[in-house]
Design a protein around this ligand. Structure first.
Ligand SMILES: Cc1ncc(COP(=O)(O)O)c(C=O)c1O
Length: 302
């Protein structure tokens, strides 16, 4: 049986990984700036991670949601400790797309409405409704196009006011940093404006933190720098660390370190995309900026 040809593939197969490095079958080492598409937030095969996972697997690997699972309650407690997000309920599923799919479902049940406001260049996953609210025609089927969505520009207050005032929007979903879209960010002024209007028009605010969350921007969730309280927060990637199906996206960028080595993929790839589109670059002090400086330091030491 052939593998379904979905993604453009990088010509490298990681055989194993150790903290910030991956190694291919020949033993060639790569500084992993890509992180399995932003999944590997704590480094490859971190000893604590390996220990906890191995211990658990030696006890029991899986059971269904129909049983009491103390570990889920412990995860909820830890997330509250880390994020300081009080008064949320945790629902666990399998991927970022599924998290968004469920978030939309809850918003639609809650408001009894179906239209969604999303933002241009957004990416929210590859399941049906998640693709529906993703702004990329190339990957959308007719089925996904049945989702009732309006795409707006970030910071377009006039457009937002016009749409939200129709009182038929169940949810506004936004990424604080558009990872796949190319690092665009909405302004705090706009996010606060949006959040206030959503309250007024009984619309749910969904913060998609699948890529930007779990400490990736310094705050536990990237939206926290805007000082708002979303109704629903979706998360994945860094949350699952290596224990998930990570995915790859297109692009062929390589990054030359100062000592002349070629490092494949990584944040540079996203920067490149942003630059190509002539839009935002990672700002001074941004995650990308810091990560690149850190990786340059590591490469130098190495
Ligand atoms: C912002 C955002 N939301 C959702 C998703 C989908 O997550 P998953 O690949 O876990 O389904 C992604 C994946 O890149 C993402 O970047």
């Amino acid at each position: 049986m052939n593998l379904f040809n979905v993604y453009p593939l990088y010509e490298i197969t990681p055989a194993y990984g150790k903290m910030c490095y991956i190694y291919d079958k020949k033993g060639d080492r790569y500084l992993d700036l890509y992180g399995g598409h932003a999944v590997i937030s704590i480094g490859h095969s971190h000893p604590n991670y390996v220990k906890y996972l191995s211990d658990q697997l030696s006890k029991i690997g899986f059971y269904s949601n129909y049983i009491v699972n103390d570990l889920q309650a412990e995860v909820a407690k830890q997330i509250i400790n880390q994020s300081k997000c009080e008064n949320y309920n945790l629902f666990m599923c399998n991927s970022g797309a599924e998290a968004n799919e469920n978030a939309l479902q809850v918003a639609s049940f809650h408001t009894n409405r179906s239209r969604v406001i999303a933002f241009k260049n957004s990416f929210h996953g590859r399941s049906n409704a998640a693709l529906g609210i993703t702004d990329n025609k190339k990957i959308k089927s007719k089925l996904n196009k049945l989702i009732d969505v309006t795409f707006l520009d970030f910071n377009d207050k006039k457009g937002f006011l016009n749409e939200i005032s129709k009182n038929d929007v169940c949810a506004v979903i936004f990424e604080s940093v558009q990872g796949v879209g190319g690092l665009d960010q909405p302004s705090t002024d706009f996010i606060k404006f949006m959040s206030e209007l959503c309250k007024k028009h009984s619309t749910c605010v969904i913060a998609d933190e699948v890529q930007s969350g779990f400490g990736r921007t310094g705050d536990f969730f990237a939206y926290q720098k805007h000082d708002i309280k979303p109704d629903i927060i979706s998360m994945a990637k860094g949350m699952g660390k290596e224990f998930r199906d990570s995915k790859k996206d297109g692009g062929k960028a390589t990054y030359k370190t100062k000592d002349g080595r070629t490092v494949k993929k990584g944040l540079y790839y996203y920067m490149n995309r942003a630059k190509k589109r002539g839009t935002s670059k990672p700002g001074k002090g941004s995650v990308t900026d810091k990560a690149l400086k850190q990786s340059a330091k590591t490469a130098k030491k190495d």
